[in-house]
Write a protein that binds this ligand. Structure first.
Ligand code: PEP
Length: 250
């Protein structure tokens, strides 16, 4: 069986300020297990990228953007390009977070273009997929996940990661049960195998996101197809993000 390196990602969304970013980075550097049995990525608001770049340079902690535009440059007021992200040492980028899909009307086609642009410019895309409560209740979970995945699937070979984030669990305090999460992760891995082959699917890291906290992290992480977490609310406090990591990779 392929040994996948655990991956823990913090999505700060539109939270925290410059001083917070600095103390957060310093605390992670001080308290992360050494050696770190996994990979850590922080997704701050864009304006905090320089603070992380300064603090985390030459560390094993990576950082990335919460979004990117599919083009390198142009008349796109308010958008950010992959080149702006890489200027500040970013190596990852979120693509298709459900808040971008819902609040900014991002389509599967736009998300596919962002994933492709990320890979073209040397960023690792973390593609987010997930069903809404209404879709789950209507028995459409599998169809929705397959459609979101196949629309934005990167070509074989390029680095990427996938996050299963049921929309009904994001920021709601309602976490997927370990069984439900495992079922969705297994389904996604099988769908990737159909398209990219079992080797690529076996190597792909699939993160769970949706109200992950120190209390539920260990039980979720124990499931075989869960390779780490994309954490929103609980990642705003470095202490609870560290606890999530410690309880997963004990
Ligand atoms: C997220 O926004 O990616 C997320 C999982 O948020 P939360 O942990 O707050 O549910």
């Amino acid at each position: 069986m392929t040994q996948r390196r655990p991956l823990f990602a913090a999505n700060w969304k539109m939270n925290l300020r410059r001083a917070d970013a600095e103390t957060y980075a310093d605390r992670l550097l001080r308290e992360l297990p050494d050696p770190m049995p996994g990979e850590i990525v922080l997704f701050p608001p864009f304006t905090l990228l320089p603070a992380l770049a300064q603090r985390l340079d030459r560390s094993s902690i990576a950082w990335g953007g919460q979004d990117l535009h599919p083009e390198d440059a142009g008349a796109h007021t308010g958008d950010i390009s992959a080149l702006h992200l890489t200027d500040w040492g970013a190596s990852w980028v979120l693509c298709g977070h459900s808040e971008r899909r819902a609040e900014h009307g991002e389509s599967d086609a736009q998300i596919a273009a962002k994933v492709a642009q990320a890979q073209r410019r040397g960023l690792v895309p973390l593609l987010c997929v997930g069903e809404t409560a209404a879709e789950r209740e209507a028995g459409r979970t599998e169809a929705v996940l397959r459609a979101q995945l196949s629309a934005a699937l990167p070509p074989a070979g390029g680095p990427w990661a996938l996050a299963y984030e049921p929309v009904w669990a994001i920021g709601t305090g309602r976490t997927a049960t370990p069984d439900l999460a495992q079922e969705a992760h297994a389904l996604l891995r099988a769908a990737v195998a159909e398209r990219l082959g079992t080797g690529a699917a076996g190597e792909l890291r699939i993160l769970y996101g949706g109200s992950v906290k120190p209390d539920n992290a260990g039980e979720l992480f124990a499931r075989p197809d869960l390779d780490g977490f994309l954490v929103g609310g609980a990642s705003l406090d470095p202490g609870s993000f560290l606890d999530i990591i410690r309880r997963s990779v004990r």
